[in-house]
Design a protein around this ligand. Structure first.
Ligand code: MG
Length: 278
């Protein structure tokens, strides 16, 4: 029997781009829980943001933070904990990323000409982050606390961004662009973390695992290329990310959590039959 495992981006996908609410997707989330289908956030958000968010959304499984740099698994999940694991509340954590201090050192070593094109998120005041993100003060502070990503507010042009990414790539790092920010990080991706977790979950769930990747922006591209099925969520502010894959791909008609619900239902009907979500 097919066992779907859902890896989902949050902002602009499961969560509305403007309100950060998942309201329209909540009934389906509860249904997936009853079906035993894990819904695993896979996002640029930090672990500090994800722990309370998973509680609010009643997601009791693992999550992937900081664009794939950190995998967190509830300690009550029977997945063997790797050596060198960290501990975050009721989760153990496994890192695939580069520490932020190393990323910052590379950034600082680049030509000073670039500095007018970006501002690191950690250098901004909480008030500035609040006005950029519409988050409240506590949530904005949590969004700033990053261990494996240097998140940048891009002030330059798109052409300068292309040149900057080329320079960064030569340094052995990468830039990925999310809905609001540019993330400077190691060469790891959301797809690497998904593959690591999918292998570990296979031992736990058994059965014929099928991965479903969900995202709306460029920083989801690696994930969307790597999963068995891809669900692209329509964005109110930018185009769909372009993918090379041609099969098992669904473009939502609606945005945010409405599009999430529409697409997940369509894919699960294909995988499990019409009666799966009746
Ligand atoms: Mg997004």
């Amino acid at each position: 029997m097919k066992r779907p495992v859902i890896y989902t981006d949050l902002d602009g996908s499961l969560l509305d781009h403007y309100t950060y609410e998942a309201t329209e997707a909540l009934p389906l989330l509860r249904q997936l829980e009853q079906l035993g289908t894990p819904v695993i956030p896979c996002t640029s958000k930090t672990a500090a943001e994800l722990v309370p968010l998973c509680k609010t959304l009643q997601l009791s499984g693992p999550f992937i933070a900081e664009n794939g740099a950190l995998i967190c698994v509830p300690t009550n999940w029977p997945i063997p904990m790797p050596t060198n694991s960290g501990r975050i509340g009721a989760y153990w954590s496994h890192s695939l990323g580069y520490p932020r201090a190393a990323l910052r050192a590379v950034l600082d070593s680049l030509s000073g000409d670039w500095q007018r094109c970006y501002q690191p998120l950690v250098d901004l005041s909480v008030e500035d982050v609040m006005s950029l993100t519409q988050l409240d003060a506590r949530a904005a502070a949590r969004a700033q606390r990053r261990d494996f990503t240097e998140t940048l507010v891009w002030r330059g042009s798109d052409a300068e961004y292309s040149q900057f990414t080329a320079v960064v790539t030569q340094s052995g790092l990468q830039c990925v662009r999310g809905g609001r920010f540019v993330h400077l990080m190691g060469p790891n991706t959301k797809a690497d973390a998904m593959a690591w977790l999918q292998l570990a979950i296979g031992h736990y769930l058994g059965g014929d695992l099928v991965s479903i990747g969900i995202g709306d922006a460029d920083n989801d591209r690696a994930l969307l290329e790597a999963t068995d099925h891809a669900l692209l969520i329509r964005s109110p502010v930018h185009a769909f990310p372009s993918l090379e894959r041609k099969h098992n791909i669904y473009f939502s008609h609606r945005c945010g959590p409405e599009g999430w619900t529409e697409g997940v239902q369509a894919i699960l009907r294909t995988l499990l039959g019409e009666e799966a979500l009746a």
